[in-house]
Design a protein around this ligand. Structure first.
Ligand SMILES: *[C@@H]1O[C@H](CO)[C@@H](O)[C@H](O)[C@H]1NC(C)=O
Ligand SMILES: *[C@@H]1O[C@H](CO)[C@@H](O)[C@H](O)[C@H]1NC(C)=O
Length: 333
């Protein structure tokens, strides 16, 4: 399915955002799960505003000076674990991130971020309420350790890319054969809020997921979590292709997510983090409009910026350690 071409077929009645953010930083920091830890336990790839650091509090929309995202009022941070190739000789190499299809050319790695409503085309006649300043959440967990549990994490999926437009099938774990076009990880967050808490001790229980596969219509929010918020989702495209020739025929999947002593080669522990940081009421204004994808740019209603400005924004590398080349162990292990 090509969402980019779908957009021209069906006019939206309500807003849907899909935009690129280039890589802000790759380092061991996690201000949501491990605030203050320099370094955090495992490596992350991060996009968004440059206020990102080991500790972040308050309204981060007011703290950064630049963002790697297309929408220049979006100082939120979005991050996931990092993928590595585990060579038969026991060393690891970081898998590079490539830009998605249907985004402006030249974006440095990064992610594609979605804020949709009930589905791509309608809010289902419900008010979609923006996340408030200081809001944060996670989805998935590095401790998920069985295929059944991974299957139950609807919306946390892997796609074996034939090319950058491949979207199906969505797998609950790593592909078992080399993928000609790379591997995409997909993270859909829950979108029903308890209406009270900006965060919770496990960073998840203030939210409730009604997510269905592949951006399909979300079910109704339960009474415990009655406030419908935007359906947030990330796509990350990992360029695994340079490693396929080093995958011995018949051997198990050599790609891992970079946590645990040898990395997670099942992918059950795929997870992602979010810290809201849109300036003022910009996200609410977008959700109340009827723009779709790049038609929301250039002040209609969101301010936007070009690829050169996105790529120029970076966060300070506060944790210094080797991340490139063949590593004898995963960062932090
Ligand atoms: C990041 O946080 C550390 C420790 O909390 C602090 O020393 C450093 O100045 C911060 N860096 C930036 C760029 O804010
Ligand atoms: C492992 O394999 C890579 C790729 O061939 C090679 O560059 C690296 O030196 C090897 N490392 C060891 C410890 O054998």
């Amino acid at each position: 399915m090509r969402w980019s071409s779908l957009a021209f077929l069906i006019a939206p009645s309500q807003a849907a955002l899909r935009f690129g953010c280039s890589t802000l930083s790759i380092q061991r920091l996690d201000p949501v799960v491990e605030p203050g830890n320099l370094p955090s336990a495992h490596l992350h790839q991060i996009v968004g505003g440059n206020a990102f650091n080991a500790t972040m509090s308050g309204d981060i929309g007011e703290k950064g000076t630049c963002t790697t995202c297309t929408f220049s009022e979006d100082f939120s941070n979005y991050w996931t674990a990092v993928m590595f190739f585990r060579h038969p000789n026991g060393t690891f190499k970081r898998v590079p991130i490539m830009q998605n299809a249907a985004l402006p050319n030249g974006i440095n790695g990064g992610m594609t971020i979605y804020y949709t409503q009930k589905d791509f085309f309608s809010n289902g006649n419900q008010k979609i309420t923006s996340f408030p300043p200081g809001f944060r959440m996670t989805v998935g967990s590095p401790t998920t350790d069985t295929l059944d549990k991974a299957r139950g994490n609807i919306g946390l999926r892997f796609v074996c890319l034939q090319d950058k437009n491949t979207r199906f099938p969505e797998l609950p774990d790593f592909p078992t054969q080399p993928c000609r076009g790379g591997i995409m990880t997909v993270h859909h967050f829950p979108s029903c809020w308890d209406g009270k808490n900006l965060d919770s001790p496990d960073h998840q229980s203030h939210m409730y997921a009604t997510t269905k596969e592949a951006f399909q219509e979300a079910g109704p929010c339960p009474a415990s979590h009655p406030v419908r918020m935007p359906q947030l989702a990330y796509e990350t495209l990992w360029d695994t292709t340079q490693f396929n020739s080093m995958w011995p025929s018949g051997a198990e999947n050599p790609f891992v997510l970079g946590f645990g002593p040898n990395g997670d080669d099942n992918g059950y522990g795929t997870h992602a983090d979010y810290a809201f940081g849109w300036k003022g009421d910009s996200l609410q204004r977008a959700m109340d409009s009827n723009c779709m994808f790049n038609a929301c740019e250039n002040g209609r209603p969101l301010k936007s910026q070009g690829v050169a400005e996105m790529n120029r924004c970076a966060a300070k590398q506060v944790v210094k350690e080797p991340l490139d080349g063949w590593l004898t162990s995963l960062p932090g292990q």
